[in-house]
Design a protein around this ligand. Structure first.
Ligand SMILES: [Fe+2]
Length: 205
């Protein structure tokens, strides 16, 4: 069995992918929450196409690719190497389930809002806030606790398997296809997001 390693190339590559995907998700959620606040305060009209593109991205990549890969590869490997992360991993896996439920609810409230439902705007904005609170806290725990423990405990083989799994699908916001809706979404988010997210989203444009 290989020993835990630090400064391994596969570890660095895997961590870089995971952290970039976190920044992309955080950028979309930050921008979504900001736009929802502007709409709620009557400072802007709702851009339903943009809201829909954001939800499409959140559902298509972070929910269907990023979270399941963490469960199946990163979390599984960490559980096999140490029991120290068990409590936080239980919490995070519960949040992956909750997150999918909140995204489904968010999509429903968006449709109701666009369809003119009474108090549709308030329900949508509240759903955005609930999802944003979960995402920001979730990413912070993953980065502050789980990735640090993983860097201490996982082996070279673990990191190679994790890197391979995470390389299998490219975050479509970080490398959007020419002409795809995500290219426009990325430009809009880059203009709204804080500076540290902008540098990521402006990369390779
Ligand atoms: Fe994550």
């Amino acid at each position: 069995m290989s020993k835990p390693v630090q400064n391994d190339a596969a570890m660095k590559a895997a961590l870089a992918i995971i952290e970039d995907e976190h920044k992309a998700l955080a950028g979309v959620v930050y921008a979504l929450q900001r736009l929802a606040h502007d709409v709620r305060e009557d400072r802007a009209k709702p851009d339903f196409a943009l809201f829909s593109a954001m939800l499409y991205y959140i559902d298509a990549f972070p929910e269907r690719q990023h979270h399941p890969k963490e469960d199946e590869h990163l979390f599984k490997a960490l559980r096999a190497r140490t029991a120290r992360a068990d409590a936080v991993l239980d919490e995070l896996q519960g949040e992956h389930v909750r997150s999918a439920q909140l995204v489904a609810y968010l999509a429903q409230t968006l449709v109701y809002y666009q369809g003119g439902a009474p108090r549709g705007r308030e329900a949508f904005c509240a759903a955005v806030d609930a999802y944003a609170a979960l995402v920001f806290d979730h990413i912070r725990k993953e980065e502050d606790v789980v990735l640090k423990l993983a860097a201490e405990c996982l082996t070279v083989d673990d990191w190679r398997a994790i890197e391979t799994a995470f390389r299998a699908h490219q975050d479509p916001l970080l490398r959007p296809e020419p002409g795809h809706e995500f290219r426009r979404l990325r430009r809009r988010i880059a203009n709204l997001a804080p500076r540290k997210l902008q540098s990521l989203l402006h990369r390779d444009q």
